[in-house]
Structures are given as structure tokens and as C-alpha cells.
Write a new protein. Structure first.
Length: 349
């Protein structure tokens, strides 16, 4: 249980205060949108994988305003969304097939919940999804293109979803017994540096054989290395979508503050090790990482094996993948993780 002092600190954090206007305007399409074009996935990086292409076709139809900003800001994050989305969908449908109940998926702080809505639509009753955001504009976008009645939205920050809310709110009834997949998408860094308490708040909501997926921006012990990756992101990727003025304004108004709340990979590993027996880095783009954690080795292995290889040019990736960071076996052994071969059409490999 997180103490009231910690909750109060989260309420005073930038996400709900100094950043609130930025997120509201971006979610409503009043600012933050790229002025040089809309991002689209480079399907050749995904080996023209049929599942990824099918997921993208649904995902793109459900976009809200914030998606244009988000996917134009992080190099090859859109390709990673397709990769994650297809893995989550198949993993959840296997849970439905084995257990005879809809699988549950929670995307925590993922803007207008486009991933959650796409999964619910593609799941067609086999998945129940939830997305939360404290931004009213995200709530409006969510219901404007809901896609499926199996997709639910909670209007508020992640730390408000305590036991009392799950009991009182009927829309949360499908999720009272926990989640099969929980995704934290660059949310913790908006509220503080205490990854142990943040992870401790959400970890109990995961089923014993569920998986936690995190997309995080991490600091680096070598400050020059961190800054060089930021320069690469801005000069070689963001410049394709944003003007130099837009890039400079966001750095000044948002990114400089967010840096103070970022932690490094070792701090992340330590926090995850307090709640999970296994964790593995499955994607890296500059200072951004995808990390999958679980207390079930079989679930972790299954989830990772459902992912196609990382769709990232080698010059943007600084981590050998997959990279195990938590393995609490009595006699730790390599988990034998491997990517799924692509289901390809057209020019696939």
C-alpha cells in the first residue's frame, strides 16, 4: 500500500500541473502536432509481417490527436507499437482460449488509449481493455473513436485506481480480478523518480501469470552518451516531422523537466526485482526501452516469442536484444528467448 504522502507528491507532480496544459492542447489538436507530416510505420523494418500490418490497419483508423505527436517524437516507436500490439493480442487470445474468459489488458497512461481500443476491436469480445488518462481531451478522443464496447476509459491518473474505485465503478467490474497484460507507457517519469513505489502500486493488479510491459525513457550514467542519443533523435528522426522551432519549444517546456524524473536502467532493474522474478529488455531506441516483466517464466517466454524481431535501424539501437535484467532462478540459466519469425507477404524476408 502506497502511503498518503507519496500519493500527495504524485498529485503535485508535473503531469497534473505544469504539463497539464501541454497535454490538454495536444490531445484536442490545438498544439503539439507535427507540422511536416504524419508518421507511418516502415513495414520493411517489420519484414512486412502480416499480423503487424493487420494490426496497423485497425490502429490507424482509431487515432486521436495525441498519436500524431507521440509517434513522431520517438524514433520507430510506431513500429514498436505494431510489434507490441500483435504480441499482446495473440497472448491475450491464448488466455481466452485456455481459460474460457475474456483476457484483460490495461494500458496505463497511454494517451487516448488507441492501443487499448485497437486490441478490443480486434479481440471482438475475447479481450476487455482499460485505458486511463487525467486529460479530458484524451477522454473525448477515446469515446469519439471507441471502436468497441469492450474498451473502457478511466478519467484520472493511474494512482487513483485503488481497491475502492474498482469496487464502486461498474465499468471496472471486468478488471477487479486483475490483468493478464499491463502496459505502462512513459507514465512514471511524469510523476517522480521512485520507481519502487510506482511499480509497487501497479504490480498487485497483475495476475500471477500475467506480464507487465513498460516503455520507458531512461537516463544514462554517461551524460554525454545520453545527450548524443537525444541529438540523434532530434536531428535524424524528429526533424522529419517537426520544425526546429517545435523541437526547441518542447525541449524547453517539457523535456528538460522530465529529465529530472528519469532513472537509469540499473534503478529500473532494482525496482522490478522487488516485485518480479523475471524481466527482459526487448527493444531499444536511443534512450527509450521496452521492458517485459513477469513472475511466470513460461508467460514471459511465451510473450517474447510472440514478438517479431525489433523493427529498429541498427544505428538507433544501443542494446543487445533480448537482454535479461532480472532472473531470480536459484540456478539462473539463459531463458532461450527468441523472436517469432515474421508472417510475411509482398517484399518480406
Amino acid at each position: 500500500m502506497v502511503d498518503s504522502k507519496t500519493i500527495d507528491a504524485w498529485r503535485k507532480a508535473p503531469r497534473l500541473n505544469s504539463f497539464a496544459t501541454f497535454f490538454e492542447q495536444t490531445a484536442r489538436g490545438l498544439g503539439g502536432a507535427p507540422d511536416l507530416g504524419r508518421p507511418e510505420p516502415e513495414m520493411d523494418l517489420l519484414s512486412f509481417d502480416l499480423d503487424c500490418m493487420t494490426f496497423w490497419d485497425t490502429h490507424r483508423r482509431l487515432w486521436g490527436h495525441f498519436d500524431n505527436h507521440y509517434f513522431a517524437s520517438i524514433p520507430y516507436r510506431l513500429e514498436e507499437e505494431c510489434r507490441l500490439g500483435t504480441a499482446i493480442l495473440t497472448f491475450a487470445e491464448k488466455r481466452w482460449a485456455c481459460l474460457g474468459r475474456p483476457a484483460t489488458v490495461y494500458t496505463l497512461g497511454a494517451g487516448a488509449g488507441t492501443l487499448a481500443r485497437a486490441l478490443a476491436k480486434l479481440g471482438d469480445g475475447r479481450l476487455k481493455t482499460l485505458n486511463c488518462s487525467p486529460t479530458e481531451g484524451n477522454r473525448v478522443c477515446f469515446f469519439a473513436r471507441r471502436g468497441s464496447e469492450d474498451a473502457q476509459f478511466y478519467h484520472g491518473p493511474f494512482f487513483e485506481l485503488d481497491d475502492e474505485h474498482y469496487e464502486k465503478d461498474e465499468t471496472l467490474q471486468p478488471f477487479r480480478d486483475g490483468y493478464d497484460v499491463l502496459l505502462e507507457d512513459t507514465t512514471f517519469q511524469m510523476y517522480g523518480r521512485d520507481r519502487d513505489k510506482q511499480t509497487g502500486f501497479i504490480a498487485p493488479r497483475l495476475r500471477s501469470n500475467g506480464v507487465l510491459v513498460q516503455v520507458q525513457k531512461l537516463s544514462h550514467q554517461n551524460g554525454d552518451a545520453y545527450l548524443e542519443r537525444e541529438r540523434q533523435k532530434d536531428d535524424l528522426f524528429k526533424s522529419r516531422f517537426f520544425s526546429g522551432r517545435q523541437i526547441a519549444e518542447k525541449r524547453r517546456d517539457v523535456l528538460d523537466t522530465m529529465f529530472d524524473f528519469q532513472v537509469d536502467l540499473e534503478t529500473t532493474r532494482s525496482a522490478l526485482g522487488s516485485y518480479f522474478q523475471y524481466a527482459v529488455v526487448t527493444w531499444n531506441s536511443g534512450n527509450f526501452y521496452t521492458i517485459v516483466s513477469s513472475n511466470s517464466l513460461s508467460s514471459l517466454h511465451e510473450f517474447v516469442s510472440l514478438m517479431v524481431k525489433p523493427a529498429i535501424p541498427s544505428e538507433f539501437c544501443y542494446q543487445q536484444l533480448p537482454h535479461i535484467i532480472v532472473n531470480q532462478e536459484v540456478n539462473p540459466v539463459h531463458a532461450g528467448l527468441a523472436w517469432r519469425p515474421p508472417i510475411s507477404i509482398g517484399g518480406g524476408a
